[in-house]
Ligand binder design. Structure first.
Ligand code: 5AD
Ligand code: FES
Length: 348
């Protein structure tokens, strides 16, 4: 291992900063990834110790008006059996989750106009009334700033909206006409302005992505400084225009997770389901490369397989309790422990 490489990693870890060229050098050098992963683990241990936060994911609708070229639940995919959870089904998921120790519920769905602002606010305030000690995270895509404001006032605490790629031309290749990186970034800034804890993020190995693009993603994250970052490999879905593209690699995804930890030491960084889908030890490896959040699925089992953003998604057959137990075993086997508090970001 050359000292030049280790010095570069040390420098990025100390300064929590890197130039585009430096990031590209780390991604393209296959010298000793373990040095990078260990460094990221060290930084995360310094701030969060062995703690891993739990988020209960509730995939409450797979209807979507959008047509992102990579996504299995894109509106034009006629092979999806569409479903929507009622308010009482969502509350039931939260009840089950609460008993299992979850103190954050993530309501995720496609961009589904069926749920008006009023309906969403009603659901959010009902969850908050029943579980005032829990945080609510939303992942509902792009909405107007008035809508974001209403949702925040109703009690939602956090919002996940991956930027998907920080390069505007690359963004156009992943999305249909009418969607733009600018709108996405405007949404992210509005969410932050309104007072949400905000999550951005991207896919690794998405079609047409270059090493430069990956460096741009990290530079964008450094600039935006989100509370949360979601990173997972791109995985093709058989009913999408990207069905014949290759999936993102485990190694590249782990490198991006680790670099994110070095650039944003305090960030809440999940070891994603997509990472667990491309490798049976993917989520454990993610935790060892700097991730500190896991998101077991709380959606009712009967709907799980219909929320297929990509092929071969794991956890589609498991009950909430099984998913929770499975992840706990994995977290412990990687040398960490699950914490059942809200798990807010350590910087606001
Ligand atoms: N492969 C991997 N991740 C995907 N997502 C959507 N489709 C895919 C896919 N085919 C991710 C996107 C989105 C998040 C909810 O899931 O990054 O923001
Ligand atoms: Fe639903 Fe992209 S297809 S947000």
């Amino acid at each position: 291992m050359s000292t030049k490489y280790t010095e570069l990693i040390d420098k990025i870890a100390i300064e929590n900063n890197a130039t585009k060229d430096e990031i590209i050098e780390v991604i393209t050098s296959h010298e000793n990834d373990n040095y990078l992963f260990d460094k990221a683990n060290e930084v995360r241990q310094r701030i969060y110790g062995k703690d891993v936060y739990l988020r209960g994911l509730i995939e409450f609708t797979n209807h979507c008006k959008n047509n992102c070229l990579y996504c299995g639940i894109r509106g034009e995919n006629r092979n999806v059996e569409r479903y929507r959870l009622t308010k009482s089904e969502i509350l039931e998921c939260c009840e089950t989750g609460y008993k299992l120790g979850f103190r954050t519920f993530v309501l995720q769905g496609g961009e589904d106009l069926f749920y008006t602002d009023d309906m969403l606010c009603d659901i959010i305030s009902a969850i908050k009334t029943k579980h005032p000690d829990c945080a609510i995270t939303l992942s509902l895509g792009e909405r107007s700033s008035d809508s974001y404001k209403m949702l925040h006032e109703a009690g939602a605490d956090r919002y996940l909206l991956r930027h998907e790629t920080a390069n505007p031309e690359h963004y156009l290749k992943l999305h249909p006409e009418g969607m733009s990186l600018k709108t996405r970034i405007d949404c992210l800034w509005e969410l932050r302005e309104i007072g949400f804890q905000v999550g951005a993020g991207f896919m690794v190995g998405s079609p047409y992505q270059t090493v430069e693009n990956l460096a741009e993603d990290l530079l964008f994250l450094k600039e935006f400084n989100p509370h949360m970052v979601g990173i997972g490999p791109f995985i093709p879905h058989k009913d999408t225009p990207f069905k014949d593209f290759e999936q993102g690699s485990l190694r590249d995804t782990l490198v991006m997770v680790a670099l994110t930890r070095l650039l944003l030491p305090y960030v809440l960084l999940p070891s994603t389901t997509a990472l667990g889908t491309i490798n049976h030890q993917g989520r454990e490896l993610g935790l060892k490369a700097g991730a500190n959040v896991v998101m077991p699925n709380l959606s009712p089992t009967r709907y799980r397989k219909h929320y297929a953003l990509y092929d071969n998604k794991i956890c589609t057959g498991d009950e909430a309790a099984e998913c929770r137990a499975c992840l706990e075993r994995r977290v412990v086997s990687a040398g960490f422990e699950i914490i059942t508090t809200r798990g807010d970001s350590k910087v606001q």
